[in-house]
Design a binder for this molecule. Structure first.
Ligand SMILES: Cc1ncc(C[n+]2csc(CCOP(=O)(O)OP(=O)(O)O)c2C)c(N)n1
Ligand SMILES: [Mg+2]
Length: 326
């Protein structure tokens, strides 16, 4: 576990700002869906906010992100605007894919959000392709593939790590180990105690970090980004976290151990980090309350913007399906 590369004061606050936005967005999403005003499949990332918040602060807008259905947290902190996100998840014309992609297929290339996929394990080969393009064009971009613990048992994980290592492409494989794959607990589906150990088989660094600790997460991501930019190749990061809710919104999560869940929620990284910033003198209670209020106000605006927008015209069903060949 790396212990250098600690974030400076302003970066610590920026990580908090991103976590506050993510927490508020998750809470608002569940509230709006429960109200019946919005119908969509929703994969809560509550509990996992630290991972993208402390990782993406190390990236530029030009760097790439390939993520999954449980990836709204990754995309928001990579720069996907809140209004565009809400419009797309609500299936409205003002969304990132004109309302035709929905929550499982968000993209926003202007900020490097290249693909969201529902196919477990598929973010990795796509990120490899983008990283290979960066390597060939020498544009310095780094690609990050996020995925879950369950995805590390898919063939594409192993193929991607191998190829990335052989070609030394600038890619980071960021595994968010939230202890469950759909309705199956980690130990029932995964032989390795640590997914990070699998990196050894491909001759690349495998970092095993507490994904609920913003400083540890930041240091690991920074190390991986620096290695990628220096042309040294890929890194696998396994970030340990916990999914507070069931696989998809509405799932009764009976298969989750209630004691384990209660303990994880009691150790919620959000209030813990909030307290730490205040006690270390990096921010005041008023500073952080202001950040939280701003996130709520932005959400008020984004939800209204999305729900007031029209649905796509059925005539648009087959447009944007194929690219035009000149
Ligand atoms: C190739 C493929 N196999 C199976 C599924 C069904 N499925 C959807 S989510 C999921 C669990 C994945 O768990 P994990 O990788 O840990 O990600 P998490 O949902 O925990 O973030 C499965 C098996 C799928 N979508 N794609
Ligand atoms: Mg999982």
């Amino acid at each position: 576990m790396p212990n250098s590369n600690q974030p400076d004061g302003p970066t610590q606050v920026e990580i908090f700002r991103r976590m506050a936005l993510l927490k508020a967005n998750d809470e608002r999403s569940r509230k709006v869906i429960s109200s019946g005003r919005l119908v969509m499949p929703y994969y809560s990332y509550r509990g996992q906010e630290v991972i993208p918040a402390a990782t993406m602060v190390n990236l530029t807008d030009d760097d790439y992100l390939c993520t999954i259905y449980r990836g709204i947290h990754d995309m928001l902190v990579k720069g996907l605007p809140l209004k565009d996100l809400w419009a797309e998840t609500a299936g409205r014309v003002k969304g990132t894919c004109k309302g035709k992609g929905g929550p499982m297929h968000l993209t926003y290339p202007k900020k490097g959000v290249m693909v969201t996929t529902g196919v477990v394990g598929s973010s990795m080969p796509i990120a490899n392709g983008l990283a290979w393009a960066s390597q060939l064009s020498k544009d310095g971009r780094v690609a990050v593939a996020t995925f879950g613990d369950g995805a590390s048992n898919i063939g594409a994980f192993h193929e991607s790590l191998n190829l990335a290592s052989v070609w030394k492409v600038p890619v980071i494989f960021l595994c968010q180990n939230n202890r469950y794959g759909e309705h199956t607990a980690y130990a029932k589906a995964t032989s390795a105690k640590r997914i990070a150990d699998r990196a050894v088989a491909y001759g690349i660094p495998g970092l095993h970090v507490n994904g609920n600790d913003p400083f540890e997460m930041y240091a690991a991501a920074r190390q991986a980004v620096e290695r990628a930019r220096a042309g040294e190749g890929p890194t696998l990061i396994e970030a340990i976290t916990f999914r507070f809710f069931g696989h998809v919104f509405g799932d009764a999560d009976k298969y989750m151990d209630p004691k384990e869940k209660a303990a994880a929620m009691a150790a919620d990284p959000y209030p813990a980090y909030r307290t730490k910033l205040i006690s270390s003198g990096v921010a005041t209670e008023a500073d952080l309350a202001q950040i939280e209020a701003k996130a709520e106000a932005e959400l008020d605006e984004a939800v209204a913007y999305a729900l007031d927008a029209p649905f796509p015209d059925p005539k648009e069903l087959t447009s944007d399906v194929y690219g035009e060949v000149a």
